[in-house]
Ligand binder design. Structure first.
Ligand code: PSV
Ligand code: MN
Ligand code: MN
Length: 429
């Protein structure tokens, strides 16, 4: 199904008066309101193809109705999200969960919804039915050269799919590691992984006139290996990225840290080093919970954006294009499309709030060791209701003032169930 422009216009017309009232108040209050709105319009967040169906990454899946049955239907779902919020203009694919059979056709289908392809994700953390060698004891770190070679070739295959789709980045997340002390020689596992990554890195396409290809090395502290992870933290990811070269970066997935890690500090330092590549946004209370962005720790999300803006401004980076902005969230108890609308909005709110921080005053307070004032400056921004600015950005871009409300009013899920049936299961974990 596709949304018609009049459906969005009708919805916006009904809400316009109330919206304008709130917006006028805040545009009077906030000196840089116009800049914030413009930055929000330019800011696009990639939707993961594996989050369009229900199902967390662990235990049982409890599929809802009308889930996409093919890559084409997944693209159509992201198209729906983008029509509603005008901020989900990209899709991130996992191979082999979503193999494009005809790259050109898939690319133009996506373009018909205004979507482009963000980072491609390889998968050497599961064995596929037709795969000769097993990843039970790792992939790029494996003691057997033949297993490593298979995993390297898979990653190169993923790059090729990405080239056909117009993507320009590869995210490598490895489940490699060990579950018991003694199982693995840490140093040799690192060296073998580096060697394998070097071969994949060498296969990244040259510039070719488009944006240069990047490799994102995603770290994770635990799971599925529980004693050691070979790319277990930002330190090891940064080591790999530095050794690999200028096209390699660290990718931060918010759920991949040990409890209470100071993620905003990690972000600040990676940016300082020019090695932050992008994000997998989600939220968590305990571990890699993959919950809706901003549902548990919205202040942490704001503090991360606060560092991002500071760091990107200092380096003259373009907020919209110089980092990969992706969601990595998925679970059983919500409609996945509603969930993704919530996640995108949470990211936009944190971004907008962080854009309000009075940076000069904050630096002054820091220089004077005025801890109270520094905290007040941050919390003043965090407690500002930026929802009207985010809604205005959506409206100006052609989206809905309240995407979630419209999603429900139009009975979109019921319509998808009508088209696709009750018992459909999207591919993915
Ligand atoms: C692993 O937990 C991870 O965060 C990686 O990004 C994977 O690609 C994704 O989740 C799979 O769901
Ligand atoms: Mn991730
Ligand atoms: Mn994860």
């Amino acid at each position: 199904m596709q949304l018609e422009a009049y459906q969005i216009a009708d919805h916006n017309n009904k809400l316009q008066e109330a919206h304008q009232r709130k917006l006028s108040y805040w545009t009077d209050e906030i000196a840089n309101a116009e800049t914030v709105i413009q930055k929000l319009i330019d800011f696009q967040i990639a939707i993961p193809s594996w989050a369009l169906g229900t199902g967390g990454t662990r235990f049982g899946r409890f599929p809802g109705g009308g889930e996409p049955r093919s890559l084409e239907e997944k693209i159509s779902d992201v198209g729906l999200l983008h029509a509603l919020n005008q901020s989900s203009g990209a899709i991130s694919l996992h191979i082999p969960w979503d193999i494009p059979k005809d790259g050109e056709a898939i690319k133009s289908l996506a373009a018909s919804y205004g979507l482009r392809f963000d980072a491609m994700n390889s998968n050497t953390f599961q064995d596929q039915p037709d795969q000769p060698l097993s990843y039970k004891f790792g992939s790029l770190q494996h003691v057997d050269r033949a297993v490593r070679q298979q995993a390297i070739e898979h990653n190169i295959e993923v790059i090729k799919h990405g080239v056909a789709l117009g993507s320009n980045s590869l995210t490598v997340w490895l489940s490699d590691g060990s579950c018991f002390p003694g199982q693995l020689n840490f140093r040799r596992a690192f060296e073998r992984t580096l060697e394998s990554l070097e071969e994949i890195y060498a296969a990244l396409p040259d510039d070719g006139g488009t944006a240069p290809w990047k490799m994102f090395v995603e770290y994770k502290a635990f799971e599925p290996n529980f004693y050691s992870m070979t790319v277990g933290d930002w330190g090891s990811s940064l080591l790999f990225a530095n050794k690999l070269g200028p096209k390699a970066y660290t990718l931060v997935d918010l759920g991949h840290h040990l409890p209470n890690a100071n993620i905003e500090q990690i972000v600040a330092l990676l940016l300082m080093e020019g090695k932050l590549g992008g994000f997998h946004f989600n939220d968590s209370k305990y571990g890699d919970d993959d919950l809706t962005v901003g549902s548990i720790r919205p202040y942490q999300l704001f503090l991360i954006f606060n560092e991002l803006i500071d760091g990107m401004d200092r380096k003259g980076m373009n907020h919209a294009t110089d980092l990969g902005w992706m969601i990595d969230a998925s679970h059983n108890v919500k409609d996945p499309l509603e969930d993704l609308l919530q996640s995108v909005e949470a990211i936009q709110l944190a971004y907008a709030q962080a854009l309000l921080v009075d940076r000069a005053a904050l630096e002054e307070a820091r220089e004077a060791n005025d801890v109270v004032r520094a905290q007040e400056i941050l919390q003043e921004a965090f407690r500002t209701d930026v929802r009207p600015l985010v809604a205005e950005a959506r409206r100006r871009a052609g989206g809905a003032l309240q995407p979630l409300t419209l999603f429900r009013q139009l009975n979109i899920r019921q319509q998808l169930i009508g088209e696709r049936g009750h018992k459909t299961i999207a591919t993915g974990l």
